[in-house]
Structures are given as C-alpha cells and as structure tokens.
Ligand binder design. Structure first.
Ligand SMILES: *Cc1c(COP(=O)(O)O)cnc(C)c1O
Length: 421
C-alpha cells in the first residue's frame, strides 16, 4: 500500500481510519484464502438431515472405521482365505441381508445412482410403469422422469396425481414392460380424495404377469422409528417381505450412515446390477464402505442405537432436554454477541430433512436473536461470518437457532467478526 501511495495512486485511502479498515479487509482476505475450503459449521437449522450441510453425522465407531481405512490398506475386495480378488460388496452384503432379510445386496454412490443402475440394468429400451402420484422431484434436481430417460428406460405413467388403481397397472402391462416401480413420496404428501396401490397389491399384479416390482424407498429406515417415539417410516425388511423384488434407499438419511445408495433384493436381479459396467462407474470407495459397514454393525449389535447414532439421537431429543440446555446456550451466545442483541428462548418446530418424514414437525426449543438496528437477514449473515460459521433459520421474520441440532451449548461459543468503524 505504501508503494502504491508513493507512486501516487488515488485508489489508496489516505486517512488513518480508512487505511486501518483497508488493512483489516486485506488481512481477513488472506486468512480466508488460507483456510481449508471445506469448513466445520454449526448446524443450528434444526434440520437433522440437512443435505446442504452433509446430511447424517456418523457414529463414533463409523468415524473410527473411516480413519482406520484411510490410514492403512484393507481387504476391500481381497479374499483373505484364497489370496485372490474378491467382491467389493461382499463385506456389506452380509450385514445388509441380515438386517433386511433380502437374498442379496449391492452399494453405489447414492440412491440416485442406485435407481439409475436398477433402471439401466433391468429396463433399458423397455417400459417402466409408475403412478402419476409418484413422479417425484427431490432437491438437487433428482427427478424420476429425468433419471428414467438417462437410464434408457421408457416411462409409462399410469393413474392420476391423486388416484391410481390396480386396474391402471394391469392395463399398462404389455410385452415391453420390464418393471413396476413404486416411489416413496419422500418430501410431500397427497391428501384428501386419494388412493394408491399398496406394495403387496403391486407385487401380486407383478407376479401374475411375471414382472418384478422395484421400490425406491428414499430414506429407508432399517428399524421401527416408532420404537423411538418418532412417526413410523416404512422399514426396508417389511418391503422385502411384502414382495418388492428390489428396494433402493439412501445411506445418509434416516439410516444415519455415509452417503451411499443401497439396493437389496432378489439374488438374480442384484447379479444383473453387479454385471452392468455402470456398477463399476458408480461404485463406492473404501472410506464410504468402511463407514457403512461400521454403521450397519451398530444396527446389528448395539443395544443403544439411539445413543450411538447421531441422527436418531438428535431426532429423539425432547423439548425437556432441549429446554434444560437452553439457558446456558443463551448465556454463552449473549456473552459472545455483546450489547445490543437480545437472545430469547422460544418454542419452535424442527424438520427431519432430506425428504424424511416431511410432514412430521418435531417440537423443539430455539434461541431467537434480535437487534433493534438489524434485519433477520443481516443477523443471519453475521452468524454465517462467525468462526466457525453458524447456520440458523429465519422463522416469522426472526433469526432462530434451533437447539435440536446443537448437541452441546459450548458449540455456540463462536467468534463474531468485530464491527468496522
Ligand atoms: C432422497 C431420495 C432420493 C435420492 O437419494 P440420494 O441418496 O440423495 O441420491 C431418491 N428417491 C427418493 C424417494 C428419495 O427420498
């Protein structure tokens, strides 16, 4: 700057205060540039499975398994008994079959990839029958008709938005039908004058015509969430039992594991997925498989799943528990924010997120932050620029921090940027 001023640059501030600000800006830019691009943030949005914030947090066992696999060579696809190349799915397949009662399983990068692989392997150039009430779009531009087109399968829509009947599927089945597809309407509900064909009914129709039924279950709970005081979601094992030839679901939604797309079902169909060259293109790496395997082991072995899986742990937190931590969280935040700001404890509602239990709102406790001279958006911006950044939400024109996803009050002891002159 000195050099620039000596050269007579007019762009440089000459008074002391402006120069100080310019230097602070420059310093901040340098600090920012030196930071890792992916940063830890505080999820105070209350959305337990926030896609933009990376969805499920892993259990400690899964984190440990990832670290181990990262540090050393592993028998990822190596048969230790034979000393030969093995099947990459072998390790998780056993756990998945035990948990779901399915004959076989395979794992790819995410549920979108799982559906792409199923459609391309089983229905390329053939028809897939789907109800018009289930032609979903999930955030991040995942749409059933689009993925269908890219897979090479031909979409055959049946029924109407609100009502689809068994006869609609019956009438649509012909010599070119490869599959009947059922899609879980993850992020919306059709209510009122509605009717859908249940999976057992679809399976029966499929059986009569020799056409397999595939279900995209979206979230895919492995256990009954009702046992944890939450609303029940369809359980994968039940869908296998009810006649789905294949079921696809995500690893990082209600399951609480790493991003992955899981397919379980009939051995002969899974074998066709594994033989597709796309499987090679969509496969998971060792870090994902290590995390998934450790998470599935918890489902099989842990007596306290809801204590060990952060997703379940957060979903289960009661307003009593949240209310108990709220005063300390408020005090920490008030102290960090300094004078001018009000921090109040309020009752609010959280969402599960990622399309899981979309209409289910969980009663929660939040901190409402206000300032007489700042809009809710300006306060949200201030929190995003904190170190670490804090992501809240704006509700009823006020900025709120939902304590459901903040596991400890000390996480709110963040550094706010100093206001400028
Ligand atoms: C979330 C979801 C998907 C996409 O899964 P990703 O794991 O995000 O790729 C597909 N179908 C349904 C019904 C979903 O809920």
């Amino acid at each position: 700057m000195r050099a620039a001023i000596a050269e007579g640059s007019d762009a440089m501030p000459h008074d002391r205060a402006a120069l100080t600000d310019a230097l602070l800006d420059e310093t901040e830019r340098a600090i920012q540039a030196d930071r890792p691009a992916m940063r830890t943030v505080v999820n105070a949005s209350g959305v337990v499975l926030h896609t933009n914030l990376g969805r499920a947090l892993l259990a400690e066992e899964a984190i440990e398994a990832v670290a181990q696999a990262a540090r050393s060579a592993v028998n990822l696809e190596y048969d230790l008994a034979e000393g030969t190349r093995g099947d990459r799915d072998f390790l998780v397949e056993r756990e998945l079959c035990a948990l779901t009662g399915a004959e076989a399983a395979t794992v790819v990068n995410n549920n979108a990839a799982a559906i792409l692989l199923v459609l391309n392997s089983l229905a390329r150039g053939k028809e897939v029958v789907v109800s018009r009430g289930e032609l979903i779009e999930i955030g991040g531009s995942f749409r059933i008709p689009d993925i269908m087109e890219r897979s090479g399968a031909l979409l055959k829509e049946v029924g109407t938005t609100n009502r689809t009947h068994p006869r609609d599927y019956e009438a649509a089945i012909g010599p070119d039908t490869a599959l009947l597809l059922k899609v879980h309407p993850s992020n919306y509900r059709i209510i009122g004058f509605t009717s859908e064909v249940s999976l057992p009914e679809m399976a029966e129709i499929g059986r009569r015509h020799g056409v397999p039924v595939v279900e995209d279950l979206g979230s895919g709970a492995l256990v009954d969430l009702g046992a944890y005081g939450l609303k029940r979601e369809p359980i994968v094992a039940e869908r296998v039992e009810a006649g789905a030839a294949l079921v696809t679901f995500s690893g990082d939604k209600l399951l609480g594991g790493p991003q992955a797309g899981i397919v379980v079902g009939k051995r002969e169909l899974v074998a066709r997925l594994k033989a597709n060259p796309l499987k090679r293109a969509l496969r998971c790496g060792k870090l994902t498989l290590a995390a998934l395997l450790a998470t599935l082991r918890l489902y099989r072995r842990s007596a306290e799943l809801d204590a060990e899986l952060p997703t379940l742990r957060m979903l289960r937190r009661t307003t009593g528990e949240l209310g108990a931590m709220a005063p300390r969280a408020r005090d920490i935040l008030s102290e960090r924010l300094g004078p001018g700001f009000s921090v109040d404890i309020v009752e609010s509602t959280s969402q599960v997120g990622s399309g899981a239990l979309p209409v289910e709102e969980l009663a929660t406790v939040a901190l409402k932050v206000t300032h007489p001279a700042m809009s809710a958006e300006a306060i949200a911006r201030l929190f995003r620029s904190a170190e670490p950044p804090v992501i809240g939400r704006i509700k009823d024109d006020a900025f709120q921090l939902d304590l459901r996803t903040v596991e400890d009050a000390s996480m709110l002891a963040v550094e706010f940027a100093k206001p400028r002159s």
